[in-house]
Ligand binder design. Structure first.
Ligand code: ADP
Ligand code: MG
Length: 245
């Protein structure tokens, strides 16, 4: 088995008295692509945010590449340099060009010399067809282009794992494909990824494994092909039916 990257044991998290994540345990190994599925409100975003140190949690342990993740700001900051995250809403800085958006974290946070970071940023943008957009501002881009920039911005930090939370959910239909293709290419290059998505065809194509969340509990952890061929619980069946899949 490849190296263990993410180790989640008995994770629980509540907002006030509302228990959102309940005794969640799973592992992700280097190079694995995990689709995190479940109906709206099941806790997917909360789990993703907790994994990236954006949320405190009350029970259990989290470790990334052997380093325990304790809920302190210093740990969170270090962790966020190793785990890239892209949300549904592209939170690019509106007052910075595409290139400056991509360079901000590598130069300011990772302290890499601009002379190294800039050619790499331009290469990353070229790879996704955005070379000509380097000097534009986010408002001059389509939603799909902005989301591709957001992914490039995360990749510029050389993350060891990427978390995607419904990154195509707010895009116009004709913009979705380009973003999915970018994630597919990443998966093919063995990026370790956890992907929350409503795109079942895409999930089936790229994921090695499916984690299915049911009201804060992981009720299914199975190879992706098995999940889609024969959803193992009634809830998973109902979910796939609701996705018209
Ligand atoms: P999903 O991403 O699967 O749709 P979420 O993780 O967003 O689910 O939400 C899971 C549950 O946690 C929901 O009941 C939601 O209302 C609740 N929740 C999410 N964020 C907060 C918050 N900041 N404060 C209180 N409750 C929240
Ligand atoms: Mg969500």
């Amino acid at each position: 088995m490849a190296d263990l990257l993410l180790d989640v044991q008995h994770l629980s998290k509540a907002y006030q008295h509302n228990q959102i994540l309940k005794d969640i345990s799973f592992q992700v190994h280097k190079g694995e692509v995990v689709a995190l599925l479940g109906r709206s409100g099941s806790g997917k975003s909360t789990l993703i945010r907790t994994l990236n140190g954006l949320e405190p949690f009350q029970g259990g342990t989290l470790a990334f590449a052997g380093t325990p993740i304790d809920p302190t700001p210093a740990t969170w900051l270090a962790l966020r340099q190793r785990i890239g995250m892209v949300f549904q809403s592209y939170d690019l800085f509106p007052n910075l060009t595409v290139l400056e958006n991509v360079l901000l974290a590598p130069v300011k946070v990772a302290k890499r010399p601009r002379a190294d970071a800039e050619p790499e940023a331009r290469t990353l943008l070229t790879d996704v067809g955005l070379a000509d957009f380097a000097d534009r501002y986010p408002r001059q881009l389509s939603g799909g282009q902005k989301q591709r920039v957001a992914i490039v911005r995360a990749l510029a930090m050389h993350p060891e794992m990427m978390l995607f939370d419904e990154v195509t959910a707010s895009l116009d239909p004709e913009m979705v494909r380009g973003v999915l293709d970018m994630m597919t290419a990443l998966a093919q290059r063995e990026m370790t990824m956890i992907v929350v998505t409503h795109e079942m065809g895409f999930a089936r194509q790229v994921a090695d494994r499916v984690l299915f969340l049911d009201d804060g509990v992981i009720t299914v952890d199975t190879p992706a092909e098995a999940f889609f061929t024969a959803p193992p619980t009634d809830s998973a069946k109902a979910f796939l039916a609701s996705m018209n899949y």
